[in-house]
Design a protein around this ligand. Structure first.
Ligand code: ZN
Ligand code: ZN
Length: 265
């Protein structure tokens, strides 16, 4: 494996049944079942293992009425990754479904955008409409990591390891970042919530939770520019990811898939 080429995996941990009007800013006339899956991602390469986002735990699943499928720790273990050996975690943004389980990686440094921390601890959180997808305990846990010397801040584009870069997108959350990874099939982009579903980036449509609509739709262009092809962009919550990509290993179908090989369709 060359110095900067990585394997990339999507690990599903939770699920939410919902209908399509809940997934688009202006609703959806088709009103069909369009559930969301919840993922964390693992990047495995010569610089070690990098985890993108940390998911939520059982207690949060109950509080937010989401269905826990398999705890994040189990998904990592299925890939042979011991959470306490992970040194690097990239946090796409601080919404409750991306930054929980904060004791799972006791030896990791957490990478996030300046703007996301400022947003999640500043005046915008005075407004219920904006703080809805955040949990105060999650934000406090990140503040504690800052004071423990276990956070690293980025302002826009930055390199985490050779072949792995973060890119500020904003839009859905003010400091949302996506991750570009060099793989054997080219540059794969883990959009996280810069595109919840393929339908968002493909149709130029917008998820209802949004800080800035202009940044969301500009973000789609950025994601496509960063990726080797549109088929290299991986949305953050789409069950189709599990259908399009092969299982990481036999037995992990519908749970852990490999993203550094071409999708089936
Ligand atoms: Zn989000
Ligand atoms: Zn999310």
């Amino acid at each position: 494996m060359s110095e900067d080429v990585h394997e990339v995996y999507a690990i599903r941990y939770a699920h939410h049944k919902r209908r399509s009007p809940a997934n688009f800013l202006d609703g959806d006339p088709h009103d069909v079942l369009q559930p969301l899956d919840y993922f964390v991602w693992a990047i495995v390469g010569p610089s070690g293992t990098i985890i993108v986002d940390t998911g939520f735990d059982d207690a949060m699943a109950q509080k937010r009425q989401r269905e826990m499928i398999k705890p994040v720790r189990d998904g990592l273990a299925a890939l042979g990754i011991a959470a306490d050996s992970v040194k690097t975690v990239i946090v796409s943004h601080l919404h409750y479904d991306h930054c929980g389980n904060y004791d799972l990686f006791p030896h990791a440094c957490y990478h996030l955008q300046d703007r996301e921390m400022a947003y999640a601890t500043g005046r915008c959180m005075c407004h219920q409409a904006l703080r809805l997808p955040f949990e105060a305990d999650d934000v406090v846990a990140m503040v504690r990591k800052v004071f423990a010397g276990r956070a690293a801040f980025h302002d826009g584009e930055d390199e985490i390891a050779p072949g792995v870069t973060v890119h500020h997108i904003g839009g859905h959350s003010k400091g949302l970042q996506s991750v570009r990874v060099k793989t054997r099939r080219g540059y794969v982009v883990l959009a996280a919530d810069a595109s919840h579903l393929y339908a968002h980036i493909d149709g130029g449509r917008v998820f209802p939770i949004t800080y800035n609509v202009g940044e969301v739709v500009e973000g789609y262009r950025t994601l496509k520019k960063l990726a080797t092809s549109p088929r290299h962009v991986v949305p953050g919550h789409d069950p189709l990811v599990l259908a399009r990509y092969p299982a990481a290993k036999p037995g992990l179908e519908g749970w852990v898939v490999r993203l550094d090989v071409d999708p089936k369709e």
